[in-house]
Design a protein around this ligand. Structure first.
Ligand SMILES: [Zn+2]
Length: 126
């Protein structure tokens, strides 16, 4: 059909123009498809990178160590203060591990100091 029409120059030019336009369109479509595939890859890869990045960040942030009081092993965020989930001791997370915030004995002394005050307040009220 193309060969037959090529004999008439006008129609041949028109057909070649359509052919070029189709080629350009197909190339353009190819780029669109490529762009879509690249976008799809980015969309697929980004969560994986984000996941690994998050894991890497967590590894930098999280410290795994044993409680200095009861040797209960768990993980904590760096540069934070929290209580041991096993024995309730107030602990501080440092880069190398956990350490007690209050020196041994401080809590007991505070408890002894608080109790008489509460008793005194109660007796004054009565
Ligand atoms: Zn503990």
């Amino acid at each position: 059909m193309f060969r037959y029409n090529a004999n008439t120059s006008g129609l041949g030019c028109g057909l070649s123009f359509i052919l070029i336009a189709f080629l350009l369109a197909s190339v353009g479509l190819g780029w669109v498809v490529n762009g879509f595939l690249i976008l799809l890859c980015v969309l697929l890869i980004t969560p994986i990178i984000a996941f690994w990045g998050f894991q890497w960040w967590l590894k930098r942030k999280l410290v795994q160590d044993e409680c200095p009081v009861c040797s209960y092993e768990f993980t904590g965020f760096k540069n934070t203060e929290f209580r041991c989930p096993s024995c309730g001791e107030a602990l501080q997370v440092e880069s190398d591990g956990f350490s007690r915030i209050t020196p041994p004995g401080t809590i007991d002394v505070n408890a002894v100091e608080v109790s008489p005050q509460q008793i005194e307040e109660n007796t004054y009220n009565e």
